[in-house]
Ligand binder design. Structure first.
Ligand SMILES: [Zn+2]
Ligand SMILES: [Zn+2]
Length: 338
């Protein structure tokens, strides 16, 4: 029997999840002395922590976003390598969410706790696949923690986009994508599907696309959308943050078909509200089946659910005879919003 239960050494504070015997926080929402960061999305990686430990890719993303404010000292964590911090053994393991994303494995007093951050289980050419780790406590997100959320195969969704492009050669296709992860994933999926023409990108996506390329994720020919004439953009695919379709920026495009790539596109009403004509259900988060399968696979006796729709998932976990509770972390947002 472990001498201490994990909930006796891991605490929820206003700053975030505090690992007491290690003296550090995981994904703190307010600046702390020592932060361990799962991945670069801004609801997990915040600026101005004193010391940051994260994968080299996550640190590069934080530097690109925050510059000097990424943290006073940035230390790269090697995947699969265990280090001792205070009285805690810490290992970063791939999470399959975005480039550099990691689960953080914490071992102390005879228990193993896995803080998975955000994760997904389907293949993604822009990052390493999720690696299940057997544990006593699994801390899981529940962004899509309802049985209605079942993401179709990505190839099918990209096929819809390419079909529409073929159908409307005189129109442009404007795809709303989140700048970190989703943009690069959609580009890779298009390349996989054989789309080798230039892909036009909004200025807000360029820096992270460049960073992905420099870290070894080839994206093929990309062009700034603002440098192309209206006529040139007919029959082309343009990627932009979701908000761009509603503002003046999109006026430069010839009669755009407005698409969006997000797990939320499963909800028709949400697509309609966003003026999305062509919803593409492509997510960097686990869907309901992936959440349930992962919880089984890691064999955790106890599951802490955060970040989304806790109730349904907690109910499901308890039905399988495991303990489950909501971990009320504040400050998390939907990084997969459309
Ligand atoms: Zn995320
Ligand atoms: Zn998140």
């Amino acid at each position: 029997m472990p001498s201490l239960r994990p909930d006796q050494w891991i605490r929820v504070q206003p700053e975030g999840l505090l690992v007491v015997p290690g003296g550090f926080h995981v994904d703190p929402v307010r600046p702390v002395e020592r932060a361990l960061v799962t991945h670069g999305h801004s609801d997990h990686a915040r600026p101005n922590n004193r010391a940051v430990l994260a994968t080299a890719e996550t640190l590069a993303i934080m530097r690109a976003r925050y510059g000097e404010e990424a943290g006073r000292s940035l230390e790269p964590a090697t995947l699969g390598e265990t280090r001792r911090i205070g009285e805690v053994d810490v290992t970063f393991v791939p999470a399959g969410h975005v480039l550099g994303s990691a689960q953080i494995v914490l071992e102390h007093a005879g228990s193993r706790v896995v803080v998975s951050g955000d994760y997904k289980r389907r293949p993604d050419q822009t990052c390493l696949p999720f690696q299940p780790v057997i544990c006593d406590v699994f801390v899981t997100e529940a962004t899509f923690g309802l049985p209605v959320f079942r993401h179709p195969p990505d190839g099918e969704e990209i096929g819809k986009l390419l079909h529409s492009v073929a159908l409307f050669p005189e129109r442009s296709h404007l795809v709303g994508v989140y700048a970190l992860g989703k943009a690069q994933r959609v580009i890779r999926l298009l390349r996989q599907a054989g789309w080798d023409r230039p892909i036009y990108v909004h200025g807000a996506l360029q820096a992270l696309c460049d960073l992905y390329e420099s870290l070894g994720v080839p994206l093929g020919p990309l062009r700034p959308a603002t440098e192309a004439s209206k006529a040139e953009l007919a029959g082309q695919i343009v990627l932009a943050p979701p908000s761009a379709s509603a503002d003046r920026w999109s006026r430069r495009l010839p009669d755009p078909v407005v698409a969006a790539a997000s797990g939320w596109m499963r909800v028709r009403q949400r697509a309609r509200q966003g003026g999305v004509e062509l919803p593409l259900i492509i997510s960097d988060h686990a869907d309901w089946d992936e959440l349930c399968a992962t919880i089984e696979e890691v064999e955790a006796g106890e599951v802490w659910v955060t970040h989304g729709r806790e109730e349904a998932l907690i109910h499901q976990v308890r039905k399988s005879g495991r303990a489950a509770r909501a971990l009320a972390l504040i400050g998390f947002e939907e990084d997969d919003a459309a």
